[in-house]
Design a protein around this ligand. Structure first.
Ligand code: DAH
Length: 347
């Protein structure tokens, strides 16, 4: 009997060492200690053992039982460890740098855009939004820029295919084309058609032009548009607002200058220059920053406002150029390259 027991334990030792999972474990266990197991069969034979040999045989069986249990325990420990390993996945190296990108920071263009709208909110402007895909009507016609105007030249503008559909951008006439807006001035029209005067809005956003990229040009850049409509608005109000805006953003030493210009939607119209010699890397006395003027009566009539009653001013400017001035950046392309060495300087 001793020999048989030793064989059973030896067989179990090799078999249990290769058990691959709980199912294999259970059936192996049953083969040895289950009701029909090999060890159980030996125990059942105890009845036929002569009385005086029983203590010795009983001790041998018990010993085999203990050894089998130890083999089962270590097999189960191995299976559990393998299960845990599988659920944890491959080993990690805790000394590697964290993959967490951190909380991030604002882009310099966002900082300037937010600051400009904050300054304008303080004097009663609210933020208005408009679509980047526009129709010719809102971008040009309603702004008193007829079809033969140079600004509508297909060279300057990204037109969308004739059959392009934008369910959320309503057309004025069926045959007009969609285009990527060339300026934020279209939001003036959308706002006036939606509301009633008095109106005081600021509208920052992306605009698109077929420009060749260089240090000061980009086919996609951001503008900030303002429109004020009320009774008895004058050029003085416009100049005062621009002085306030630029002094707040760039400092008290900033000066603003108007140069006569032409825009279809304002009369008179001006280009706005800034003088800000106190800023780093500014080596010109006057820097052109945007356009402005008094809203043309034709525009008012077009949106159904009585030009005899209502007057107003409007202006639009490039946000990139202001940010470049403020931070002493000499190439517009830095804004779009996502280079952390650049972006981290504004954190
Ligand atoms: N839309 C003009 C541009 O993109 C800028 C501009 C000029 C905006 C005069 C205005 C304005 O609101 O009154 O160059």
């Amino acid at each position: 009997m001793q020999e048989i027991l030793e064989q059973i334990v030896a067989k179990a030792r090799t078999e249990f060492a290769t058990l691959a999972g709980r199912a294999e474990f259970e059936s192996a266990k049953a083969r040895y200690v289950g009701p029909n197991g090999e060890l159980t069969a030996q125990m059942k034979m105890m009845g036929g053992v002569p009385k005086e040999e029983r203590p010795v045989v009983g001790k041998l069986i018990n010993q085999a039982k203990v050894e089998l249990q130890q083999l089962l325990d270590s097999a189960m420990a191995r299976i559990e460890a393998a299960e845990l390993q599988a659920s944890l996945g491959p080993a990690i190296d805790p000394t590697l740098p964290s993959p967490d990108a951190g909380p991030g920071t604002y882009h310099p263009l966002t900082l300037v855009r937010e600051e400009l709208t904050r300054i304008l909110r303080k004097v009663g402007f609210t933020v208005a939004d408009g679509p980047e895909v526009e129709t010719e009507y809102y971008c040009f016609d309603a702004l008193n820029t007829p079809a033969d105007h140079p600004a509508r030249d297909a060279q300057d503008t990204f037109y969308l295919p004739k059959d392009a559909r934008f369910g959320n951008v309503a057309k004025k006439t069926a045959q007009e084309r969609y285009l990527l807006r060339t300026h934020t001035s279209s939001v003036q029209i959308r706002t006036m058609l939606k509301g009633e005067p008095p109106i005081r809005i600021v509208s920052p956003g992306r605009v698109y032009r077929r420009d060749t990229t260089d240090a000061t040009h980009s086919a996609n850049f951001q503008q900030l548009e303002c429109l004020y409509v009320d009774r008895n608005v004058t050029v003085r109000d416009l100049k005062a607002l621009l002085d306030y805006l630029f002094e707040s953003l760039l400092g008290k030493d900033t000066k603003t200058r108007f140069r006569p210009h032409y825009f279809g939607y304002t009369e008179p119209s001006f280009e706005v220059d800034l003088s800000a010699r106190h800023l780093p890397k500014v080596n010109k006395e006057w820097i052109e920053i945007g356009g402005c003027g008094m809203v043309d009566p034709t525009v008012f009539a077009d949106v159904g406002y009585d030009p005899e009653v209502w007057s107003g001013y409007a202006f639009g400017m490039g946000i990139e150029r202001l940010a470049m001035l403020l931070y002493g950046i000499d190439d517009i392309r830095y804004f779009y390259q996502n280079d952390l060495r650049f972006l981290k300087q504004f954190a």
